[in-house]
Ligand binder design. Structure first.
Ligand code: ASC
Length: 150
């Protein structure tokens, strides 16, 4: 019994030592799955507005506003999945060797999201199109720098 407790305690200590403080994931694979799932949802909720921005679909002010609200929640999610020791998936090692650059890319995205939200909330189609383009650029430039090509 004592041995089992000791074993359990050792396993707990090793687990804690391997994961940074506050990490929510059981291991690196779980973090990779999480960030990829979050990015998939972000891509879906962003991409579905492209036909509107391109004037191929009508601008439904309420639908866009609701979708941008969802996007705002999703926009908070992926970053926790890039913790220390979670290299892998399509993520380039530059995320961890150039954390300032990666953070700047993230900040650019959030700045674009702020504009997109203001435009969507105001029901301003022209501002929506400009901000949509800006956010899309931030997605692309971050992917170009920090995601492996398929
Ligand atoms: C998307 C998506 C991206 C961006 C990018 C914009 O819908 O999944 O990664 O838009 O393609 O340039």
């Amino acid at each position: 019994m004592k041995k089992r407790i000791a074993l359990f305690a050792t396993a707990a200590v090793v687990t804690l030592a391997c994961m940074p403080a506050g990490a929510q994931f059981k291991d690196a694979d779980a973090a990779i799955d999480y960030r990829e799932a979050a990015m998939t949802l972000l891509g879906s909720h962003f991409g579905r507005m492209a036909p509107v921005a391109k004037k191929e679909a009508p601008y439904d002010k309420d639908a866009i506003k609701a979708n941008v609200a969802i996007l705002n929640t999703l926009a908070t999610l992926p970053w926790a999945g890039f913790g220390e020791g979670t290299e892998g998936g399509d993520a380039k090692d530059e995320i961890w060797s150039d954390p300032e650059g990666f953070k700047q890319a993230e900040d650019k995205f959030h700045a674009g999201m702020k504009k997109l939200t203001a435009a969507a909330d105001a029901g301003d189609f022209d501002a929506f199109r400009v901000a949509f383009g800006e956010v899309g650029k931030s997605c692309k430039s971050c992917h170009d720098s920090y995601r492996e090509k398929d």
